[in-house]
Design a protein. Structure first.
Length: 64
């Protein structure tokens, strides 16, 4: 598994993930469970690998 998520991309993913996870605490009812989608950008940021980037052919990581 080759890293394909760069530094700026990681920061954006972490911020988006945290915002989505906050929906668990801000929304009421069943709509709050959409906040669990925040786990996806967090996991891809910390792993440094995005499977969707592989399919599309995108690489934001400066390492070769």
């Amino acid at each position: 598994m080759q890293m394909n998520v760069g530094g700026t991309d990681k920061v954006v993913r972490i911020l988006v993930g945290l915002v989505l996870l906050s929906l668990l605490f801000l929304l009421k009812g069943n709509a709050r469970w959409f906040g669990l989608l925040g786990l996806v950008p967090l996991v891809t940021a910390f792993a440094g690998f995005c499977p969707l980037y592989t399919l599309v052919g995108v690489n934001t990581c400066p390492k070769k």
